[in-house]
Write a protein that binds this ligand. Sequence first.
Ligand code: SAM
Length: 333
Amino acid sequence: MPHIYIEILGNLPEMAIDEVKAMLELAGGEITGRDYLLLTVRAGEAALPFLNRLGLAHEYGELIVEADSIEELLEMAGEVRWPIRGTFKANTERMANCRFNLLNLPGKLGAVIHAQGHRVNLSGPDTLVRVYCGGRLYAGVRLRFFDPKDFERRKAHHRPFFRPISLHPRISRAMVNLTKATRELLDPFMGAGGILMEAGLLGLKVYGVDIRPEMVKGAEMNLRHYGIKDYILRLGDATKLEEIFPEKRFEAIATDPPYGTSATLAGRKREELYRKALKSMYNVLREGGRLVTAFPVDFDGEGEAGKIGFKLVGRYHQRVHKSLERWFCVFEK
Ligand SMILES: C[S@@+](CC[C@H](N)C(=O)[O-])C[C@H]1O[C@@H](n2cnc3c(N)ncnc32)[C@H](O)[C@@H]1O
């Protein structure tokens, strides 16, 4: 089994780690260590398509050596065969807890790998050798870089149907992954469809509900714009999902219910809407299925979901701005 390194994003690290865990639970594999924002993982080739789904990661690669000093790193690097395809270049990533002097390290490591017969190309290498510096040193070969531009181009203002209240695509993606969905996903407060877009791009069949007709139309425009065709969208009430989808039991649910006092609550009391929607989501979720949802911090989502029968498996705090703090919660039925 190869060793893998994964560099996660720094803004929601616990959520990022649980996203990786969820993917490894599907793919087989485990996290073996953590050094600040670098995870080391043991997983087979079959895990790579699952790691390619990640939202809260910068990159991952094959981990080749781990060391406690520069000298040890260079010595070990000379003893292993580097899986270099074509030409290569080495560079370093200094994390906030880095405790080594990295001066000249790319050149020195490059020379060691060059001595094995690999050609250096600094301007357009085929393979990137990465060294991470934290409490220890880690060197590996990059397999996948999650280009921020890929997520940025799906941010709210780039969509044909634009609504400002929308999660960042990376967070929507992580919510989908935390459900561990492999076939389908329901969002009963879909809004402009941001969560459904991320699920659809992973090849899941997506189901969406919203109480406002313009949202149902808008979400469909957005899904089609990003090439997603396998969807069922319904005008309806998230507190009556059993009526909208009779007999259906969903594999997974991810959602971002309305927080405000604005029109998005469609005239309801927020607490009552949440309680009823939680109950309805519970009823249409299959046994063992997961619900990932956001809640504003002043709502006791954990307590209310617990009364219905949901088990909390993860919870992550986010401060969006001065007047909005929320929890992302992962529940299991
Ligand atoms: C915060 S927005 C969802 C944003 C979405 N997650 C996104 O990223 O684009 C919440 C949506 O819930 C809808 N909504 C409000 N009450 C509802 C209800 N009872 N049933 C279904 N949808 C409802 C609103 O119309 C609004 O579009």
